[in-house]
Design a binder for this molecule. Structure first.
Ligand code: FES
Length: 100
């Protein structure tokens, strides 16, 4: 496997061995299949990983894109994923969902 151009982290709320945080309750994991499908459709070379709680639960679901270092809040719908990926393809952040 080639090194991906982007590594996208989606919060899966784990604290220790249990998913105790809020992102998973806000259905963060439900969006992963859609995210992976969109990445493939757009031909983006990206890897998606789920993470433990990022300690930003009130802003969740949280998603991070590296190497850009974009931290996103309230990634809670396919429309938001589209907005974020549209911006990524254009080479900038989706400002309306960036964490301050
Ligand atoms: S569960 Fe996602 S930031 Fe805490």
């Amino acid at each position: 496997m080639n090194k991906p151009d982007y590594h996208i982290f989606v919060c899966a709320s784990f604290r220790g061995t249990e998913a105790k945080g809020k992102c998973i309750k806000k259905e963060s994991l439900r969006l992963i299949p859609y995210l992976e499908e969109e990445l493939a459709d757009r031909g983006l070379n990206a890897m998606v990983s789920s993470t433990g709680c990022l300690k930003l639960c009130e802003d969740g679901p949280v998603m991070i894109i590296y190497p850009q270092g974009y931290w996103y809040r309230e990634v809670n719908s396919e429309e938001v994923v589209d907005e974020i990926l549209d911006a990524l393809e254009k080479g900038h952040a989706a400002e309306s969902h960036l964490l301050a």
